[in-house]
Write a protein that binds this ligand. Structure first.
Ligand code: TRP
Length: 336
């Protein structure tokens, strides 16, 4: 069923619950990709341990992240949904690619610089080589398209550089991946506390982010507290970043355009508008939350999905890895 389809690969860290920004900006569009593409969704637990994790929490969040993806509409029958550490080819190709990646180019990665500052007591080698493991994730599946946010663009660039370098030495081994720009324009959701900053699931201020699993009263409270301006009119005017962000969210949730939203709230205050955004948001997320609760209680099912996904992923990954092993000069004997 997958033959001749272009490959899309996406990785998600099992850390923190995904936000409304992740949902409206990306995940919501994922389910329909499977009609046109062969899609891999990988929970990247190996990437997660580049910062210190509580083992029990990491294990639990791996299940939860998988459950949330399925609850958001990703059908495990139509997509390959799996866990990174279940397919050993990732770590193996990661090592090989380390040897084709320069110290200098890894030193220039802004995420490495940021995370080194945040984790000054644990600037480990894995944090430094994070991008080569990510390159392995992508290149193992001969991926053509990677849906990436701004924060991961540099990592996709270095993946392209590494793949190009490898190909120029050994011939066409890897497909060079491109960023995936969705045909349906997706919303760019900003922080509720600082509306010029993107909503990030790792924000320290919980009031800045709405999480997909936040209960209704929490969602409404967060929208009530959203930073706006001292004006009173709901309109998309210059300098009204907070209101524009709420209008984008409301628009993405309802399908309404800015002029339609302006009309709907003409003569009403920010309080009414914020309440409407909060309630609409809670209504849209409710069915996802119900489905999530059902899935996360069914560990056996989640493990079945993980096992099937890993088996399916490993088939494609092994093809690429075998080729790479031959190219670099490893012997072709049974491996244990
Ligand atoms: N680095 C990504 C993030 O932090 C996660 C990731 C790992 C990824 N491997 C990937 C994303 C491959 C896309 C493709 O969000």
């Amino acid at each position: 069923m997958y033959q001749d389809k272009k490959v899309v690969f996406s990785g998600v860290q099992p850390s923190g619950v995904l936000t409304l920004g992740n949902y409206l900006g990306a995940i919501r569009n994922f389910p329909k990709f499977s009609e046109e593409y062969r899609c891999y969704y990988c929970v990247v637990d190996e990437h997660a341990i580049t910062v210190r994790q509580n083992p029990a929490d990491l294990r639990r969040r791996t299940y939860e992240t998988l459950a949330l993806y399925i609850a958001c509409g990703l059908d495990p029958e139509k997509n390959v949904i799996y866990v990174q550490s279940h397919v050993s080819a990732h770590a193996e190709l990661g090592w090989i690619l380390d040897c084709y990646t320069m110290f200098g180019e890894l030193s220039r990665m802004t995420q490495f610089k940021d995370k080194s500052k945040k984790n000054a007591d644990n600037v480990n080698a894995g944090l430094f080589t994070y991008p080569t493991l990510m390159a392995a994730d992508i290149l193992l599946y001969q991926t053509e398209l990677v849906p990436v946010g701004d924060d991961q663009k540099q990592h996709l660039e270095i993946t392209r550089d590494i793949a190009g370098r490898f190909n120029s030495i050994y011939g066409d081994v890897f497909v060079i991946p491109e960023p995936f720009i969705s045909k349906t324009p997706s919303a760019r959701i900003m922080s509720l506390a600082e509306p010029t900053k993107k909503m990030s699931k790792s924000d320290e201020n919980e009031n800045a982010i709405v999480r997909i699993l936040d209960p209704k009263d929490v969602i409404i409270r967060k929208f009530k507290r959203a930073v706006t301006d001292s004006d009173t009119v709901v309109c998309a005017a210059e300098g009204k970043d907070g209101i524009i962000n709420l209008m984008s969210i409301y628009g993405a949730l309802t399908g309404k355009s800015f002029p339609e939203i302006e009309q709907e709230f003409a003569g009403k205050g920010y309080g009414d508008f914020k309440l409407a955004v909060g309630e609409t948001c809670a209504d849209v997320l409710a069915p996802i939350q119900t489905e999530y609760a059902r899935l996360v209680a069914d560990k056996k099912y989640l493990e079945e999905v993980m096992a099937n996904g890993a088996r399916e992923a490993a088939k494609s990954a092994m093809k690429t890895l075998s080729k790479v092993r031959r190219k670099v000069g490893f012997t072709d004997l049974p491996r244990y």
